[in-house]
Design a protein around this ligand. Structure first.
Ligand code: ZN
Length: 219
């Protein structure tokens, strides 16, 4: 067992980049894994690549084009626009069925090949838009399943599980990477780095959290 190494599921967004720096503090060696699932904005992968290069993190991009074949959605299809508002009684159309499950499963296979037990993911149950595979119960269940599937002791870490967006900014600040997260990460569904388009749900959530954290800091 190698407790010193960890693999981070990495998209280059606010959450996973915060997790990446969290992991860099906690583990001796951190590897980032991103997925290419024909997302509309290839820039997301470029952004992930740039962050890893700049901060000296080994980075792998795995092909998961299959995801788009299975479940075309607003993040992958040019002809489907991302919902501006989250619908009241259904999941937003940016939801991709099974995405986190697939990401974590492939990262599990990847990690075991390298003798790594620790997997880090930036999922959060706090201000989630109802994504079922971001819930703590799902992560715990998948952890057990992966252990059984590969006869191996994985430990899935979820540093953001119980914190909201404002607290995620606070964590970034504690890790002394607030400016990096604000300026160099990409959360926007319209593919605009940093503060983003300001219109999509991801930008709104991110900016509201930032404002809330900044206000709490002033007090
Ligand atoms: Zn946006």
């Amino acid at each position: 067992m190698n407790k010193e190494k960890a693999v981070v599921v990495f998209s280059g967004g606010q959450d996973s980049t915060t997790c990446l720096f969290w992991a860099k503090k906690k583990f001796k060696e951190v590897i980032a894994v991103s997925f290419d699932y024909n997302q509309k904005h290839k820039f997301e992968l470029e952004c992930a690549k740039d962050i890893c290069k700049k901060y000296n993190v080994e980075h792998h991009i795995l092909d998961l084009g299959l995801l788009n074949q299975l479940a075309p959605n607003s993040l992958t299809r040019v002809d489907i626009e991302v919902d501006k508002e989250t619908p009241k009684d259904s999941l937003p159309n940016s939801f991709v069925d099974g995405r986190n499950m697939l990401f974590l499963t492939f990262v599990g296979v990847f990690a075991k090949q390298r003798g790594i037990n620790n997997i880090i993911t930036g999922v959060s149950q706090s201000d989630f838009s109802g994504y079922p595979d971001c819930r703590d119960v799902f992560i715990k269940s998948l952890n057990v399943t992966l252990n059984l599937a590969m006869d191996y002791q994985f430990e899935i870490h979820t540093p953001l599980m119980w914190i909201n967006k404002a607290q995620t900014w606070e964590l970034a600040d504690e890790l002394e990477v607030l400016d990096i997260i604000k300026n160099e990460t990409l959360t926007c569904y319209n593919g605009i780095i940093g503060d983003g388009c300001g219109e999509c749900p991801a930008c709104k959530l991110r900016m509201n959290g930032y404002i809330e954290y900044m206000k709490s800091k002033e007090k």
